[in-house]
Design a protein around this ligand. Structure first.
Ligand SMILES: Nc1ncnc2c1ncn2[C@@H]1O[C@H](COP(=O)(O)OP(=O)(O)OP(=O)(O)O)[C@@H](O)[C@H]1O
Ligand SMILES: [Mg+2]
Length: 334
């Protein structure tokens, strides 16, 4: 059985009066997603996908793409405008309590209860789930140990670092032993240690059978973690594949950043046969090439011929957002 089936899922928002007055949506990129005179924003626009039982499914896309809106609909926080969601075959809206029992959720902007200690936070959540005191303390302590927070279990959460809070939020989501875990940007902006712990434990839980649905901006996190990745942009699903296949997409964007000691002529660089496009960005040139090797050799020849000197070269690893945006904006480079 699929863990999640999504059909025709759609969410439209109407901007607040304040936003209407300002004449723009919260995100300028949404201007093109407004419909008609009433300025409805199509945050999620007729998407279909399935998540297999036991997989780590990544949901990738740029800011404002519709990732959080989707996850909020999947977890029952937000009612869809249209479409159907089945979680392990259950229609959430007809069966909210049962569905809630099988899912854990770490929202994008969640917070722990600051005046409670780590242990108290978990015990409180356990109480909400109706778990007996003995059992909830035992589960809480196990989780705190796994997430390397045990030594800080009696410290008030307001004294936790951002990474520690995020780990505690994960513990809170895991208190009910969910079958499926929804994570909205689980490692975004975290310290290296917390990020490593979280990634490792997500993988461990997955190995033990838990289905994971996670959003991220970060292609490298997705590559490392996910069995399959769906790409969303402007509310539309524009791709769904394994990381291996998506990496091919990434490799097609080949570019190199050159820092020169003095100005080069963009038009001359652009005339080189291996160069597709040149963008001058602050003190460097972002040069998109047909082939990295040919491009670098030809640019170096050009540099020598013009007596330019190179301060630094970076071969460019594109942010997936750029690749997505270029795809969606109809660039034929991809
Ligand atoms: N409650 C709301 N009211 C009005 N518009 C909203 C609301 N929530 C989201 N939106 C709009 O829908 C768009 C999609 O938002 P969403 O939060 O799903 O994007 P996201 O992919 O999670 O972006 P990010 O990477 O920045 O977290 C947003 O850009 C926002 O303008
Ligand atoms: Mg988001």
């Amino acid at each position: 059985m699929n863990a999640i089936v999504v059909r025709n899922l759609t969410k439209y928002f109407t901007p607040s009066k304040k936003e209407k007055k300002k004449g723009r949506a919260r995100n300028p990129s949404l201007e093109s997603r407004k419909q008609g005179n009433n300025s409805i924003i199509r945050a999620v626009d007729h998407i279909d996908f399935e998540v297999k039982n036991g997989e780590i499914f990544g949901f990738l896309g740029p800011n404002g793409a519709g990732k959080t809106t989707t996850i909020r609909m999947l977890t029952g926080i937000l009612k869809p405008t249209n479409g159907e969601i089945l979680i392990f075959g259950q229609n959430f809206w007809n069966n909210p309590i049962k569905a809630k029992q099988i899912m854990g959720h770490v929202p994008e902007e969640a917070n722990v209860y600051m005046d409670l200690t780590g242990l108290e936070n978990l015990s409180f959540i356990g109480e909400l789930y109706g778990i007996s005191k003995k059992e909830r303390i035992s589960r809480a302590e196990q989780l705190l140990k796994k997430f390397e927070l045990f030594e800080k279990r009696h410290l008030k959460s307001k004294k936790y670092s951002k990474g520690m809070k995020q780990r505690l939020l994960l513990c809170m989501a895991l208190m009910s032993n969910p079958k499926i875990l929804f994570l909205d940007e689980p490692t975004s902006g975290l310290d290296v240690q917390s990020s490593i712990i979280i990634k490792k434990l997500i993988k461990d839980y997955n190995k033990n059978g838990m289905t994971i649905f996670m959003t991220t901006h970060d292609m490298d996190v997705a590559n490392e973690m996910c069995d399959r990745i769906a790409i969303i942009n402007r509310g539309k699903l524009i791709g769904l594949d394994t990381p291996e296949n998506l990496k091919k997409l990434k490799q097609e964007y080949q570019a190199v950043d050159f820092y020169f000691t003095k100005e080069a002529k963009e038009s001359e660089l652009e005339n080189l046969s291996s160069v597709k496009e040149v963008r001058k960005i602050r003190d460097y040139y972002h040069i998109i090439v047909h082939d990295l090797n040919d491009g670098i050799c030809e640019i170096i020849e050009y540099i020598k011929s013009k007596n330019l000197k190179v301060k630094k070269i970076n071969t460019y690893e594109p942010h997936l957002e750029e690749v997505f945006l270029k795809m969606v904006n109809g660039g034929d480079d991809y």
